[in-house]
Ligand binder design. Structure first.
Ligand code: HAM
Length: 455
């Protein structure tokens, strides 16, 4: 082939994170770690234990618990055919089978939330035999195919806590809410506001929903297409509308609080009293309905500052009927999930970033003998809890100090032939330029004191 006819070399494809997903990079990940560490501490102090769950489950688990008609299940799940035949076919033909060829029991979805999985696990491991209630929490990525925007991602992270079993004593709901408020306070989250509501149970809610539907039908023509559709599919969701021109009409609708059965009303009064006992400030919001079907009685949402329209950092509530719906024993339950991405965003907006993670010590070594000493020194310093950078190739002294500076190192440990021979090492404090000589033991002691002074 002559040069003239040679095909232009194709540029390799440039890969980017899929829309709605993102990489979390240092130093931001230090803040994620601080948030998660604080959650471990606070939740453990309330007697919660950590559970780790699979990231995909049977699609049917989510359809049954969250509700087949909800946006999450009907529009937003990432669903696959998990069957062996499907993968064999895929490998052979390099084609993807059509949806109708899938075997229903083999269809799996990336989890859009964690509550359904926690319940599945409670049933699967007979946790009703454990001392009740069982208090569990979990962290991890969730997946919803929503329109990405600030604070809304297709892969996002939740910190989820659930109380399963035991009674429906209002103290359980109130303590759970107290726990999340304590967690937010510990992190210094700003502008935290708690909204609560009671959405009744299977005895009283259906009557209210019918009443609401009838009232909404009367004004149907004045509502937008989404609300019009929801009058039939899920009238409670109309109350959630943010459309300006619908607000006045919605304000005139009957309130659920006036249609609760006596047990629900009594329980709701109890939850409010318990919150007051605990000094937790709340706002009652009769229009707070949640986007998932499994709730009954107390529901809540927490908003925070600096998040724009996606300002809910936490949502939760009681879901007493769910376990039975999944084939388990009748089990009372309540829980919440925090949107960790939003929590981090709000902390960042308020300037609460974690301190950048600089190195404690940069080892500037010169010469083969010094390298062997430097390797040992790095190992010992790291074992003592210091962050150490050991350059893998010899550098000129000036370059080494420049590199130490760029990495934000606090000290440079200078190791050359003289230092190795005398056993007296030189430590330079980079901010002040001061230098001093130390033996390895006295160096450790000096650094330890410095660390205590700086923390
Ligand atoms: P949820 O209200 O669907 O509830 O989600 C809880 C929180 O997750 C939201 O308040 C929000 O902070 C965050 N979140 C949801 N979707 C996204 C997204 N696309 N991007 C970023 N953050 C998001 C539940 O998931 C229930 N499982 C909570 C629960 C636990 N109820 C009882 N137990």
């Amino acid at each position: 082939m002559s040069e003239g006819t040679a095909k232009k070399e194709e540029k390799p494809r440039k890969f980017q994170a899929i829309r709605g997903t993102r990489d979390l990079l240092p130093p931001e990940t230090a803040l994620w770690n601080r948030v998660e560490q604080t959650a471990h501490q606070v939740f453990a102090s309330y007697g919660f234990g950590e559970i780790r769950l699979p990231i995909f489950e049977a699609t049917d688990l989510f359809a049954r618990s969250i509700g087949a008609e909800t946006d999450v299940v009907s529009k937003e799940m990432y669903t696959f055919d998990g069957s062996a035949e499907f993968y064999a076919r895929f490998r052979e033909k390099r084609v993807v089978g059509t949806l109708s060829e899938m075997l229903p029991e083999e269809v799996i979805s990336l989890r859009p939330e964690a509550t359904a999985s926690v319940c599945r696990s409670y049933i699967e491991h007979n946790m009703q035999q454990w001392p009740q209630p069982v208090k569990l929490y979990t962290f991890g990525p969730m997946f919803r195919r929503e329109r990405p925007q600030k604070g809304r991602y297709r892969q996002f992270y939740q910190i989820d806590a659930e109380v399963l079993g035991g009674s429906d004593a209002p103290g359980i709901d109130a303590e759970l809410i107290e726990m999340v408020m304590t967690f937010f306070e510990r992190l210094g989250l700003e502008g935290v506001e708690l909204d609560i509501n009671c959405i009744g149970d299977k005895k009283c809610r259906p009557k209210y929903v019918e009443l609401l539907r009838a009232e909404l039908r009367k004004v149907k023509d004045k509502l937008g297409p989404d609300s019009q559709r929801r009058i039939e599919t899920n009238p409670l969701r109309v109350l959630d509308s943010k459309l300006e021109n619908e607000q006045k009409l919605i304000e005139g609708m009957p309130h659920i609080a006036d249609h609760l059965c006596e047990e629900c009303a009594e329980n709701y009064r109890g939850v409010k009293k318990e919150l007051e006992l605990r000094g937790v400030k709340y706002r009652e919001n009769w229009r707070l309905v949640r986007g998932l079907d499994y709730y009954s009685r107390t529901t809540f949402e927490i908003t925070a500052k600096g998040l724009g329209s996606q300002n809910a950092v936490c949502g939760g509530g009681r879901y007493d009927g769910l376990m039975e719906l999944l084939g388990g024993p009748p089990t009372r339950a309540t829980g919440f999930a925090i949107g960790e991405d939003r929590l981090i965003l709000s902390l960042q907006e308020a300037g609460k970033t974690a301190a950048p993670q600089g190195r404690d010590v940069y080892i500037a070594w010169m010469g083969e003998k010094a390298y062997a000493t430097a390797i040992d020194a790095a190992k010992n310093l790291r074992a003592a809890g210091f962050s150490v950078e050991l350059p893998p190739v010899e550098q000129k002294f000036g370059k080494a100090l420049g590199q130490a500076d760029k990495l934000g190192a606090r000290y440079a440990l200078i190791l050359g032939d003289n230092e190795v021979a005398s056993g007296e090492w030189t430590l330079k404090t980079l901010a002040s330029g001061e230098q001093a000589k130390f033996t390895e033991a006295s160096l450790l002691e000096f650094l330890r004191k410095g660390k205590m002074g700086s923390s």
